[in-house]
Design a protein around this ligand. Sequence first.
Ligand SMILES: Nc1nc2c(c(=O)[nH]1)N[C@H]1C(S)=C(S)[C@@H](COP(=O)(O)O)O[C@H]1N2
Ligand SMILES: [Mo]
Length: 315
Amino acid sequence: MSSYRPPKITSSEITPQSLYLTRRSLLGAAAGGLALAAAPKTFAAALNAKPSGYVLTEKQTSKQDVTSYNNFYEFGTGKGDPINNSGAFKAQPWTVEIGGLVGKPQTIDIETIFKDFPMEERVYRMRCVEAWSMVIPWVGFPLSALLDRVEPLGSAKYVAFETVVRPEEMPGQRGLFQPMNWPYVEGLRLDEARHPLTILATGLYGETLPNQNGAPLRLVVPWKYGFKGIKSIVKITLTEKEPPASWNVMQSNEYGFYANVNPAVDHPRWSQATERQIGEASGLFGGARMNTLPFNGYAEEVAGLYSGMDLTKFY
Ligand SMILES: Nc1nc2c(c(=O)[nH]1)N[C@H]1C(S)=C(S)[C@@H](COP(=O)(O)O)O[C@H]1N2
Ligand SMILES: [Mo]
């Protein structure tokens, strides 16, 4: 039996500018007086996990928090809206259309995905651009396995993703206030999409994905800000040109296409140097803070993808 507590968090996690400025000066003044948790080791290839598994050894965010504190604007912009407003959403039956610059375009249903692709547990850190973070035990499979099946052409350089549009089931897509244009879209460079850390998640905490977390299939790219992890995917298209990405299109000076987690480059309205760990003991600013790590702690694995880029710049 599961009973979810009512969401206790206010609709916006974004630090108001006044508080942000106060915090910066406090941090400066305290000069180490505020204990920032030491950066943990990112992940260890767990000895007893499946050969390709990546398991983070940090304490996991509770299932309660992972499934009740969400960003999924199709169900509303409040953190509690996705769990409260997604009860009527039908994640099955479901099909994903894969096409564009591929040799074998096809539409795959979710049952086939579960049957054909062995699922793995991947415990990853997730860092939202709003400066909060979680550690989540996902269930999923490498995106590269799905890409192999459709046989990308040599001309394919990017992968574009689209979320479902169903105003009848998604209250955030109907009514007077529409927070963004639908469908929610995202994209990756093909080499990012093929990186072994990049997965399509079908579950968390050993169960199928709850609607609020992007059922039945969502992207997880652990070294990028959370908004790259597009939910409830219905379409994947291989392209030659960089595809549009919703937050980047809406506000390109605040959200880059690459959106790699980077503590050295602040968001124009708040610092990205530290993050609040959801569910940790309340501290001065409402949660334990730790230093944000370059590439969210996955630099060793992925920094090579960006060797030509100046990491002090915004992308
Ligand atoms: N379709 C869609 N995907 C989305 C979002 C959204 O609003 N719509 N929000 C993104 C943001 S900002 C974050 S931080 C993560 C949150 O994932 P979670 O709720 O599973 O933790 O989903 C991302 N994927
Ligand atoms: Mo986010």
